[in-house]
Design a protein around this ligand. Structure first.
Ligand code: NAD
Ligand code: GLY
Length: 378
């Protein structure tokens, strides 16, 4: 399903400023990867013009970066409003989304008001969904402050919230006008969150670019030590691969599903454990091991590849064993949760599998094999 992409190693990484473009016709936009980009945000040509800006953040990120973003936006917008949401995946729901609409209406925000998502993937997904819905659509800008959001969630226009019965089940495809990844914001990220972000970096190797996987194997210690040059390269290459995929299949009619490698098992872990108990990236880490094991049992990869991937995930500080969701019928509970996955068709679960290193396919698998994997992975 995937094809090779031009090598990442041709152009050197400039830590201070890099740009990747998402090509979607008149909805194209740049991803800026910079240091201190947050403070210089008002200089971007892609920033929509309007009288007012509205920042959505949470009670953890706002105290760290809220003032800097307000100061930057005040150079461009006459009025800058904000709302702080409660922090955490468990708040990615209707009630919290409504807090955004309440504040937008209270401040008299109109159709031109530009929404800014300041935070990780939870804030980005909810702000994007709010932007898609408010007055049937207002412009929005992503200012991702976690590694996970910089390499994945802020790019590509998937927005939404969770439902108690399924992860990210309510949402819309709605593209931002600009994404600004400020690498300096990663300095304050807790170590567990950094590791969670590395899960989404790791996924790009097996599905599309084994050279990138080899680079990660050589650079994992630097990445965990937050070496700026290593992080800049990881963010840029991840965004390049995602841009290439999204540019061809914005609404996931086929190819884009490869970006969900590890997510079918991972989403079951998140929903089954209760949102927020396992971080999204942690669930994806264990989920990629399970998907690789399933690929092995389907005869698509060899054991050496599975061990190599498991080792990289472990070195990133991520779990490689899945949690038990139901001691009386663990595999049954996983299967039940996975049937709610968006890739499922007529109740048949479809998995992103590795079809030889660097290439992904979307396939269904016999329940017996899936049960075997679940039983083997904890
Ligand atoms: P998150 O948004 O919950 O952020 C993780 C934690 O870090 C939070 O406590 C947050 O407040 C804190 N934080 C954020 N930036 C910080 C900083 N610079 N310094 C200190 N603390 C900081 O989680 P996440 O991992 O960023 O995102 C996970 C979410 O993204 C999930 O809901 C997942 O479904 C979604 N996601 C969406 C897509 C997509 O394409 N839209 C892709 C992948 C994941
Ligand atoms: N994170 C998966 C996607 O954007 O499609």
């Amino acid at each position: 399903m995937s094809e090779s992409i031009a090598s990442p190693f041709a152009a050197p990484s400039n830590t201070n400023h890099q740009q990747v473009n998402i090509d979607l016709g008149d909805r194209s936009y740049p991803i800026e990867i910079t240091v201190r980009g947050l403070e210089n945000l008002c200089q971007h040509a892609a920033l929509p013009s309007a009288a007012s800006a509205f920042i959505v953040s949470n009670n953890v990120v706002w105290p760290l970066y809220g003032a800097a973003l307000v100061a930057a936006l005040q150079q461009r917008y006459a009025k800058v409003y904000s709302v702080q949401l409660p922090d955490g995946e468990e708040h990615k729901n209707w009630q919290t989304l409504n807090l955004i609409f309440d504040a937008l209406l209270r401040h008299g925000c109109d159709r031109k008001t530009v929404l800014f998502a300041l935070g990780g993937g939870v804030i980005g997904d909810m702000t994007g969904f709010a932007a898609a819905c408010y007055m049937r659509g207002v412009p929005f800008v992503q200012v991702p402050t976690t590694l996970l959001a910089q390499v994945d969630s802020s790019v590509g226009g998937k927005t939404g919230i969770n439902h108690p019965l399924g992860k990210n089940m309510i949402g819309a495809f709605y593209q931002p006008r600009l994404v600004v990844c400020d690498l300096a914001t990663l300095d304050t990220l807790p170590e567990r969150e950094l590791s969670a972000g590395l899960a989404e970096v790791i996924k790009y190797g097996p599905i599309a670019d084994m050279e990138f996987m080899a680079w990660q194997e050589a650079s994992m210690d630097d990445l965990r030590a937050r070496d700026r040059t290593a992080l800049a390269h990881a963010v840029r290459r991840s965004c390049e691969i995602k841009a290439w995929v999204v540019g061809q299949d914005e609404r996931e009619s086929g190819l884009r599903a490869i970006l969900n490698f590890g997510h079918t098992f991972g989403h079951a872990i998140e929903a089954g454990m209760g949102y927020g108990v396992w971080l999204h990236g942690e669930a994806v880490g264990a989920g990629m091991v399970m998907a690789a094991e399933l690929s092995l049992r389907m005869g698509l990869v060899d054991e050496k590849f599975v061990l190599r991937l498991r080792n990289l995930i472990q070195r990133a500080g991520l779990p490689v064993k899945a949690p038990v969701l139901d001691p009386s019928d663990n595999a049954g509970r996983y299967l039940e949760l996975m049937r709610v996955d968006k890739k499922a068709e007529s109740g048949e679960i479809r998995f992103v599998l590795i079809d030889g290193p660097g290439k992904a396919v979307l396939r269904s698998a016999p329940d017996a094999l899936v049960r075997e994997v679940i039983d083997a992975c904890w």
